[in-house]
Design a protein around this ligand. Structure first.
Ligand SMILES: [Mn+2]
Length: 390
């Protein structure tokens, strides 16, 4: 039996904020999501999949338009007669006005089956000797642990679990903790395979013997700083012994590519641009991609990073320069010597140097050094960005 799994499409999401996209580019990115969805559906046809599994966050409830719902319904109608099973997530959860509800008037094609219960229920697919057990989030999402006890299911040769949940130990800090579960709990459930959504990167979950238990496909189109690289759909094969093998196929046409540029010792504007150009060449970014130039290393007060964006923005769909990881080579003693005696800068540095001398622990010293960095950034009129030196 062959399935295709994709999730976290977030159709019509108002994403792109962290990339500092213009409203025109945001509109292009919204269109990209639809193109990626269409590519995932095309994949279903080209690999002759028997079944489509969508574990949630197909769209963003707050911003989805009726036109986009019709687009999705049309795409899925094109996959008939193969079943398309959807387990709503926390962003497309069942709430008043949800396009998933029968009362919405949306004409979902007959091959689309949507889980609507907030407890697990099974849909039998006898033609595939398969049962799929799924659950729908409602409102802002289910936060209880639901995998501690055995989940009731309809018996079948192939049993699949489909839900939107949080694998413990891997949850990004910006993600809601919905239906948390551990790998051990998932293994104990004994399903042939679990299709899980919520996290935006591909991840295969295996048991201690190396058997594939389930997987996140990740999102189908990157929309933020942390959604870099290829975004994929999963093509899964389940053999007659219940063994699962997974392949991934890229479905997004525009990648977000992050490229690290170390500018330590690159004093002049030209040498910074030269280093950036070299890193860009090596990173494989294509003209249609969104490029994040992630500056790192030590910067001095003379370091000029303002020219980077204008220099390279014409070569890619979008370029964003991040200075959050730059560590200034401020020497507080030197800075004090250069400051006018009665200035705020001088008073600040004198106080900080006192604290530095009396710092009792490494942690205290690190706090004082951070304070010097943020304080000097602010006093010098430089952008104060979170310092990430860990
Ligand atoms: Mn989610």
């Amino acid at each position: 039996m062959r399935f295709v799994q994709f999730a976290d499409c977030h159709v019509d999401s108002s994403g792109g904020g962290t990339l500092a996209l213009s409203s025109e580019k945001k509109a292009v990115l919204r269109e990209d999501i639809r193109r990626s969805l269409a590519a995932a559906c095309q994949l279903v046809i080209s690999v002759k999949a028997d079944l489509v599994l969508i574990p949630g966050d197909l769209f963003d409830f707050e911003s989805i338009t009726a036109e986009s719902v019709s687009f999705i319904a049309d795409q899925f109608a094109g996959l008939a007669p193969r079943p398309v099973l959807i387990a709503p997530g926390n962003h497309d959860s069942l709430r008043a006005g949800s396009p998933y509800l029968p009362t919405s008037g949306v004409n979902w094609p007959g091959n689309v089956r949507i889980f609507t219960s907030q407890t697990f229920e099974s849909i039998g697919l006898p033609e595939l000797n398969c049962s799929v057990t799924g659950i729908a989030h409602a409102h802002r999402g289910i936060t209880q642990r639901l995998l501690t006890d055995s989940i009731p299911r309809a018996e079948a040769d192939i049993s699949i679990l489909l839900f939107h949940g949080s694998r413990e130990g891997f949850r990004p800090s910006d993600k809601e903790n919905v239906i948390p579960f551990s790998d051990v709990e998932l293994a104990r459930q004994g399903f042939t395979y679990t299709a899980v959504g919520h996290y935006h990167s591909y991840a295969c979950i295996k048991d201690q013997t190396g058997r594939t238990l389930g997987a996140y496909s990740g999102c189908i189109q990157g929309r933020g700083l942390d959604e870099t690289g290829e975004k994929v759909a999963i093509v899964g094969n389940i053999d007659s012994t219940g063994q699962v093998t997974l392949d991934t196929v890229e479905v997004c046409q525009r990648r977000i590519v992050s490229v690290e540029v170390n500018i330590t010792g690159a004093g002049s504007r030209d040498s910074i641009l030269e280093r950036t150009a070299k890193s860009l060449e090596a990173c494989g970014a294509r003209p249609q991609d969104i490029v994040i130039i992630d500056l790192c290393g030590a910067s001095s007060r003379e370091t000029d990073t303002t020219a980077i964006e204008s220099e390279f923005s014409g070569k890619y769909f979008h370029v964003r320069v991040s200075t959050a990881r730059l560590v200034p080579d401020y020497d507080a003693e030197v800075a004090l010597a250069e400051s006018a005696a009665a200035s705020v800068r001088s008073a600040f540095l004198r106080r900080m140097l006192e604290l530095k001398k009396t710092a009792a622990t490494r942690e205290e010293l690190a706090v004082v050094e951070d304070a010097i960095y943020y304080g000097l950034c602010a006093l010098d009129g430089r952008p104060v960005e979170a310092r990430d030196v860990d």
